[in-house]
Design a protein around this ligand. Structure first.
Ligand SMILES: Cc1cc2nc3c(=O)[nH]c(=O)nc-3n(C[C@H](O)[C@H](O)[C@H](O)COP(=O)(O)OP(=O)(O)OC[C@H]3O[C@@H](n4cnc5c(N)ncnc54)[C@H](O)[C@@H]3O)c2cc1C
Length: 255
């Protein structure tokens, strides 16, 4: 999988601080912006986040390109409704020779891996045969080749597996990213979307550390797990994984 931060609101922390300060200030916006030094922006944002005043963080957005994830994972991703998505179409792009994601439990079990790969190869062949059959039939019935090809793509795809890879561009505002990280960085989320969330979180922390140090699974940000009996019990491990100071500084140049 590849998760790449494509764009984000410039100076997101200053923008958010200005938006929040405007609520409580009689000054004009120019004066507010001028008075926002890095130090008082950080202090103010920490206070804002501790108070849980989240609407100002909606003003800044982050856009990611995510490639090479399975359709299982993209389906979980798009359940997050407060976001914008553009996903590679299986109607306009034919999936002959599609690539697929193999879960590690299958990858590491030779007999399962063999079965899985054989099945993928068979689906690739059957998909292609089905596509050709549909296309030929429609062309015989008078449809032009391009239109027939598109119908063939859109109907043959019914046999494609969830493992099939996809590409998607997602834009979320920071409030929505907070909700996404809360749910999908948690060990209860499935491994693949958890990996996506982890890659996104690391890149957000570099851009806006004061804000994103408050983002992540509840066991890290709220110091308690809401999962009850289903808790993974790994709070300490999670805290050392979601080390915002390390990722905001050491990995600054990775972006
Ligand atoms: C571990 C895990 C297991 C899951 N298992 C399942 C499952 O078995 N089956 C399943 O269907 N889903 C499952 N989900 C998906 C989950 O139920 C949510 O659909 C998904 O996490 C998106 O969260 P969200 O609705 O908070 O996000 P968004 O859609 O981005 O919404 C963000 C917030 O906006 C508000 N909001 C958005 N839309 C509305 C609305 N229509 N009305 C009122 N408030 C709204 C809510 O406060 C919401 O939290 C699972 C998720 C996780 C993390």
């Amino acid at each position: 999988m590849k998760v790449k931060l494509l764009e984000h609101t410039p100076n997101p922390e200053k923008l958010i601080a200005a938006a929040a300060k405007l609520c409580y200030s009689s000054s004009g916006v120019d004066e507010l912006m001028e008075n926002l030094t890095p130090e008082n922006t950080e202090r103010f944002l920490n206070m804002l986040m501790d108070l849980g005043h989240e609407s100002p963080i909606e003003h800044a957005t982050f856009t990611f390109a995510i490639e090479g994830i399975s359709r299982c994972c993209s389906h979980q991703l798009v359940r997050h409704r407060i976001a914008s998505y553009s996903q590679k179409s299986q109607r306009y792009v034919n999936e002959t020779q599609f690539e697929y994601v193999t879960p590690s439990v299958i990858e590491n079990l030779p007999v399962a891996k063999e079965m899985f790969d054989e099945l993928m190869t068979r689906i690739q062949c059957d998909y292609e045969d089905l596509r050709e059959l549909i296309k030929e039939d429609l062309m015989k019935k008078g449809m032009d080749e391009k239109a027939a090809g598109k119908v063939a793509n859109e109907d043959a795809r019914f046999v494609l597996p969830n493992a099939c890879t996809t590409s998607i561009i997602v834009t979320m505002n920071i409030r929505s990213l907070f909700n996404f990280f809360k749910h999908r960085c948690c060990n209860r989320a499935q491994w693949e979307i958890r990996e996506v969330a982890w890659e996104m979180w690391k890149q957000c922390v570099v851009i806006a550390p004061t804000i994103f140090k408050h983002a992540g699974p509840d066991c890290v940000t709220k110091n308690k797990c809401p999962e009850g009996k289903m808790s993974c019990g790994n709070q300490l491990k999670m805290k050392s994984k979601y080390d915002f100071e390390y990722y905001s500084k050491e990995h600054e140049n990775d972006i």
